[in-house]
Design a protein around this ligand. Structure first.
Ligand code: ATP
Ligand code: PRP
Length: 215
C-alpha cells in the first residue's frame, strides 16, 4: 500500500474517451479545470487549475488498481469494471450517473436453441460466471478483449455478454439482446486510507459531484 503523503494533494484517476467527456462538466462544476485535454495531449499526468489536484489518465480497467493501492486517491470508472475487480481497499460512495449502458446477454437473431454446452464470449468473466451460475447453467466462457459481437458471427461462441447502449452495434451485426445482466454507470471510488487522511478534500469532491449529478 502506498501511503497518501500530502493531505493537501488529490490524485484523481480517470480514463480518456467516453467517461472523461461526460465527467468534464462535473469536474468544471467542482471548480476543477484540467490544463490539457487528455484526448489530444500525450501527457498521462494532467495538472489542473487547482495546484493540489491532478488527474492521471489510464485505461478504464486499471482505475480500481491505482485507487486500491493508493497510487491515486480517487477514481472514476464504470460499474462493469468494478464488478470485475476483486479488491477490498475501495469505497464506492457515489453513482455519477454518466456513461450509462447495460451489460447484456446477446445472440444472433433467430439463433437455434443450443444443444450441448453453451459457449459465451466476453471480457466480463466475473459477471458472466455469476449470471450463469445463479441460473445453474453450465457454460464455457471464452475471454475476448473487444469486438465481442464478432464471436457468434464466426461460430466461435453461441452468445456474447457485452455492454449495450443504443443497440446499434448489436443490430449492425445481426445480434439481439436476450437479457439484461446489470445496469451500468460510472462510479466515484475512493481509497480507504485517503478517505480518512484526505477527508476534507474527498468530502468536497463528493459534495460537488453530488450537486452536479443529473438524474
Ligand atoms: P479501453 O479503451 O481501455 O479498452 P473500453 O473500450 O471499455 O476500455 P470505453 O469504451 O471508453 O473504454 O468505455 C469505458 C466505460 O464506459 C466502460 O467501462 C463502460 O462503463 C462505459 N461504456 C462503454 N461503452 C459504452 C456505451 N456504448 N455507452 C455508454 N457507456 C459505455
Ligand atoms: C461499446 C461496447 C459495444 C458498444 C455498444 O463499444 O463494447 O460494442 O459500445 O454501444 P451501442 O449499443 O450504442 O452500439 P465501444 O464503442 O466503446 O468500442 P470498443 O469496442 O472500442 O470498446
Amino acid at each position: 500500500m502506498i501511503e497518501p503523503v500530502n493531505k493537501n494533494t488529490l490524485t484523481i484517476a480517470v480514463s480518456k474517451g467516453r467517461i472523461f467527456k461526460e465527467l468534464l462538466p462535473m469536474l468544471n462544476k467542482a471548480g476543477i479545470v484540467p490544463v490539457d485535454d487528455p484526448d489530444t495531449s500525450r501527457k498521462l499526468i494532467l495538472e489542473t487549475n487547482q495546484p493540489g489536484i491532478r488527474l492521471i489518465i489510464i485505461r478504464a480497467a486499471d482505475v480500481p488498481t491505482y485507487v486500491e493501492y493508493g497510487a491515486a486517491d480517487v477514481g472514476i470508472t464504470g460499474k462493469d469494471v468494478l464488478l470485475e475487480h476483486e479488491g477490498t481497499e475501495l469505497y464506492e460512495p457515489l453513482d455519477l450517473g454518466i456513461a450509462r449502458c447495460r451489460l447484456m446477454l446477446a445472440e444472433p437473431v433467430g439463433a437455434p436453441r443450443v444443444s450441448g454446452r453453451l459457449r459465451v464470449a466476453t471480457k466480463y468473466l466475473n459477471s458472466t460466471r455469476k449470471y450463469f451460475a445463479a441460473r445453474g447453467i453450465q457454460v464455457e466462457i471464452i475471454k475476448l478483449y473487444g469486438s465481442m459481437e464478432l464471436a457468434p458471427l464466426l461460430g466461435l461462441t453461441d452468445k456474447i455478454v457485452d455492454l449495450v447502449d443504443t443497440g446499434n452495434t448489436l443490430k449492425a451485426n445481426g445480434l439481439v439482446a436476450v437479457d439484461t445482466i446489470c445496469e451500468i454507470s460510472s462510479r466515484l471510488i475512493v481509497n480507504k486510507a485517503a478517505m480518512k487522511m484526505k477527508k476534507n478534500m474527498v468530502k468536497q469532491l463528493i459534495d460537488s459531484f453530488s450537486a452536479a449529478i443529473t438524474r
